[in-house]
Write a protein that binds this ligand. Sequence first.
Ligand code: SF4
Length: 214
Amino acid sequence: MTYRPYSEDELIMLSALQHYVYCPRQCALIHIEQVWSENIFTAEGRIMHDKADSNKFESRGNVRIDYSVPLRSLKLGLVGKADVVEFHRTDNGLWLPFPVEYKRGKPKRDNCDRVQLCAQAVCLEEMLNVSIPGGALFYGQTRRREDVVFDESLRTETAEIARKVHELISSGVTPKAEYAGKCDKCSLVELCMPKTCGKARSVRRYLMSMAEAE
Ligand code: SF4
């Protein structure tokens, strides 16, 4: 696949990919309308991320661990931060990056966490001019690490999602709500109202009209 490099002005948040895979409307509400609401799920996730944020780096034998690492890719048009990047010393004395993302809960059915991790790897590859074959997801509920291989299929899916998120954000149009089981765990469910708002509705405009009515 060929990529058009993005400019600095076109970069979007890497986290938007995960939001988009979960629900394109959620992605639009957060990244176009800038609406955010915390619930128990996002609060637990934030606490885990804050923990990962608490140290800058440490070394354990042949592994150096960097926390809260800034990321950028002009190839995918992304900017963001990795919770943790381990650097594994190889036999030839080089340090190979190995991104690790901390998640609350357990492994999900969809690919959103793997896509986010793969996007982190693409950023690191571009920034450090290396090839990164794999990384890992750590889940708070199961307390387990799941290895993720950055194969061609995951890389293609990640690039395709990044392209779609750019399209969505530059369109400025929030997709209509469609109620599904995932809505019950969505931090935006009360603002989105998916059971009653089955049409493209701007939450920002709704909130402004409510404020004007007061
Ligand atoms: S409540 Fe459902 S439709 Fe609305 S943003 Fe969340 S997941 Fe998407």
